[in-house]
Structures are given as C-alpha cells and as structure tokens.
Design a protein around this ligand. Structure first.
Ligand SMILES: [Zn+2]
Length: 306
C-alpha cells in the first residue's frame, strides 16, 4: 500500500493506493495555510484514518509521497518556497513518524499529475509521456522511460515557460512571450477581454469584465466570429509549443489536462492538424494527443507512486 498526498492552497487531499496505482480511498481537509505544524498533523491524521478505514496497520504502507506547489529540495524532502501555502522552508521527512516508518518523498504537483496519468490514466502503458496542464497557468511534467524527469536540480519540466514569441506578451515569470502567456486559461480570457474593450462586436459583450474560458468556448460553439478567431489563434499558439515539445522529446503521448482540456476533441482536432504540419514524423509511430482522465486524482496517484 502507498499513500499519496496532494497539498494544495485550499485543501489537503490524502489517498490510500495499491502498489499498482489504483486509488482505494481518499479523504481531505482544508489547508491550514501558514501553519506547518498544523498541516503536518492534518496529513498524518488523514493518513491514519485511511489505514483504519481500510483495516490495515500503518506499517503496511511502503511509501508516502507528496505533491506540492512550489520549489523543492527533493533529497531532503523539504518545501523551499510555497507561495500558495503561505509557508517556506518546511520539512516533511519525519512528519509521519512514529506511526509510519516508510520513506517519504515529494515532487512538484504538476510532475505528480504527469506520473499519475502515465501509471493509471490517459497515458497508461506509455513510457515516454509529457503532460501539459492548461489552467490558470500552464504546467508541465515530463516522464522518460516511466520515470519523472526532474533535471539535475529538480526543477525541470517548466514547459509553460518556453518562449514561443520572442518579445511577446509578458508572462508571470518575468520573461516575454512564454507559452503560458498565450495558452493559459487566464491569458485566453485576457485576449477576449482586450478585444471586447477595443470595441469588437461579439455575443460575449454582455459578459465583458467577467468572462471565463468556458464562455468563450460556448461562443465558439454558437458561431461567434470573434470567439472563433480567438480560439483559432489560441490553437496556433498552443500548437507551436506542442510542436516544440514533440520535436525535442518525441513522446508516445502528450496528455492535456486542466480546465481547457475539457473542451476535448474540439481542441485536440485542430492541435493534431497543426502539430502534424510542424513536427518531424515517422511512418507509424507518432505522438498521440490525449485528454487527461484522472482529473484531480492524477496528482494524488502520482504522489503515491513517486
Ligand atoms: Zn514565463
């Protein structure tokens, strides 16, 4: 048995998983931000409760893994900067003692999601996988030969911060023209708001100032000219990033996660067409674009399987 923990800014989710990555049961509680001792106590309490519910002793657990948003020191199982958690320099290596005696590991939450989808989700049975999450930002995780690739300093996989337009839109990271500044849900919405602000005619006008990505996708479905134009531009930018990823890694699968991936085939079909044109291809074996299957459980399962 393994335990996976998804440590988020609003909630702490804890799951008991089988050795194959199957999710057996889970529990959650609100995150006590800014309170490392309270947070560690909550995680242990939930882990113990899951063991009790499942009727197993804590010493049957062989591994505990945490998916954490922020910068990490993996070797020492420490969170260095956790902006959304309101805490820095927090160690987890001994957080589950004395009840649990197994090793504790941690990784970035986006990396955990990539591993979870590879082991038990959309990219099951694939060995070389890249996951891209289209949320408020653009997250990424790289799995090579079944293992997460973290680079020699543990911070590899920042696919959202590859520049696709030199000197382009400002990104949260401080650079200009990153993929994230074009492909995140937040930026997608910003482009639409900007067009409405500039007086473009659209059925979205009544929602000006309070648009979200789903409203733009709905307007695309209804044939709104501006929404279609924005969506096509969105796809071209995202496809540029995906083509770069394919040309570098030639993964078996790229798993698309996050809210915008919920648009499914309507998003994937144009992306396939555009990336096909811009990538080096084989006769038969080419990268498949697929939608994530595990939703929020991907990070939990991936953490358990670190
Ligand atoms: Zn950036």
């Amino acid at each position: 048995m393994r335990i996976g923990i998804d440590l988020g800014g609003t909630s702490v989710k804890v799951a008991l998983c089988g050795e194959d990555g199957s999710l057996l049961r889970k529990q959650s509680c609100p995150t006590r931000t800014g309170d490392p001792d309270g947070l560690r106590a909550d995680m242990k309490r939930l882990a113990l409760a899951l063991c009790a519910e499942h009727g197993i002793e804590p010493d049957r657990v062989t591994q505990i893994g945490l998916g954490v948003p922020g910068s990490l020191d993996k070797a020492n199982c420490r969170l260095i900067f956790g902006t959304n958690l309101g805490m820095n320099e927090v160690g987890f290596a001994h957080a589950f003692e004395p009840e649990f005696s197994c090793p504790v590991g941690l990784d970035n939450d986006a990396n955990c999601a990539a591993l979870g989808e590879t082991i038990a989700g959309a990219a099951q049975n694939a060995k070389d996988v890249v996951m891209i999450t289209l949320g408020t930002g653009v997250g990424g995780g790289i799995v090579i030969d079944g293992k997460l690739y973290s680079g020699f300093n543990d911070i590899a996989g920042e696919i959202g911060h590859m520049v696709i337009h030199q000197g382009g839109e400002p990104c949260n990271c401080g650079r200009l023209g990153c993929l994230e500044a074009y492909a995140s849900a937040m930026h997608f919405v910003n482009f639409a708001e900007r067009a409405l602000e500039a007086g473009r005619e659209s059925s979205m006008m009544p929602y000006k100032g309070k648009l979200n990505a789903k409203m733009i996708c709905d307007a695309v479905d209804e044939g709104d000219e501006l929404a279609i134009e924005l969506f096509e531009e969105y796809c071209r930018n995202l496809a540029c990033g995906l083509s770069n990823v394919i040309n570098i890694f030639q993964p078996e699968c790229i798993v698309m996660g996050g809210g915008l991936a919920g648009y499914g085939e309507k998003l994937l079909a144009p992306l396939r067409r555009l990336t096909e044109h811009d990538t080096f291809r084989c006769e038969e074996r080419n990268t498949k674009l697929v939608v994530a299957q595990l939703g929020n459980d991907a990070g939990l399962i991936g953490a358990a399987m670190l």
